[in-house]
Design a protein around this ligand. Sequence first.
Ligand code: ADP
Length: 518
Amino acid sequence: MNHSAALSEQLLQFSPDALIVVDFHGVIRFANETTRSLLGYAPGALVGQSIDLLLPARLRARHAHYVAQYQRAPVGREMGARSADLVARRADGSEFPAGIRLAPFDWEGRSYVAAAIRDMTDRRAVNEALIVARAEAERANRAKSRFLATASHDLRQPMHTIRMLNASMQKLASDPGGLRDLLRSQEQAIDGASRLLDALLDVSRLESGAITPQIEEVNLEAIFAELRREFAAPASVKSLALDLPRSEVALATDRLLLSQLLQNLLGNAVKYTERGAVRLGESVDAEGLQLVVEDTGIGIPADKLERIFDEYYQVDHDGRPREGVGLGLAIVREVARLLGYEVSVQSTPGHGTKVTVRIPRERVLRQAAPIARTPGPSGNAAPIAGRLLLLEDNPSVRAATELFLSLEGYRTLSAGSIDEALKHGPQLAPGDVLLADYRLGGSETGLDALHRLRAMLGWEIPAVLLSGDIDSVLRVTKEPIGHCRFLSKPVDTRALTAAIAELGAGAQSSDGTATAVR
Ligand code: ADP
């Protein structure tokens, strides 16, 4: 035997797998040395024996069936990597989980099958651990979804009550000093907790893949108008010029997600700017649309730019107290990922920051006609002439809301269910407004209440609907609903009174007739 043939022989005999060759009748014709350590048989003791010898007695009948099947269509294949029931039997009767690789071949006019046998104990243990880990991850994911659902409703509900009570106490506090200051501090704490709750829920929802963008045609001006309204007050408190152009662009996008992205960028621009201006610019070129949020604020050091999109990362701006929780840009990152936008930041410390959002050309649909919009009232709105029908199934939220509304000067009718609300129907007249919680007991919603009430009244009573999960609600209510505003819980009480005033006044249109269809 030459050197290489001798080496091949050694490899065959001492391969890491036990190798055997079986003939067409299931008789072992060859076994290598490894069968000794793996199966406990000397090779010579196996040759001439039935392959059944290597199987536990209980599996022999089934094995005969497999062999017959295999002989009809012999192909190379692997067995036992996953299935736990492929077991081999050692000479001493003990068993081990086996992985077997089969290779059919013909030699001198006869058919044979070569089998490589391997002990799979470790691999199966790893597989089993993986299966357990996967089940655990799926369980954790389900728990996270449940937490999200619970947090978005059950946690916002008490927050909403606390906010209502705080607004009422501020109204009631007669001494201009101590108590009012305390209540204002409390209000700030409530604002902080609400923002954190919103940001946490937004990030988890975006990351968990629970959100699929709902692409529709969106006039940018509709979003810009909302942003102008939202940021007018915070910018004027700091005497910042707020510059949002009137837009004529229409995009194929998800309206809520794009608003959320711009809200976070503008929110940061206002937050991190003490003097000067905050600007939102737009330009269309061959590449697509660029939206640029620019400020003249404190800026971000170059070595921190990489990290600002990470969750909870906040730049230490020289002892400046931290505002926010470090999730705003993580939300921007996730929204941009979902919508296929590119976001980049340029910043000069001490001079300002510029964030550019690039939206691909094919998403820009056209130059849309700007939407005429009357800016909503800001600050404290005067109560409407009509009454409010309050529909809220939770008694403590209802009581807190009634108290707040009566202190604001509204005349209120209260209901805990749709049926109770309908009972007030005969007393309602144009100029009245429905204020309803979106999620009522059972499967009923404030929207069901609105439709039933409108059907019963025969005219379109305006409505404000409150929801802890406004995004989901807006996703299910595809059709725009006339004279209806959705507000998020815990509600900003100023936004609430402004919405009621706008709708109550709108119901009495300029020629004195109500928009009612009697
Ligand atoms: P935060 O809630 O802290 O604002 P973000 O994720 O929105 O969290 O932003 C991360 C960090 O990036 C902020 O803490 C801030 O230091 C920095 N940053 C973001 N936008 C601006 C900006 N326009 N000007 C200066 N710094 C900014």
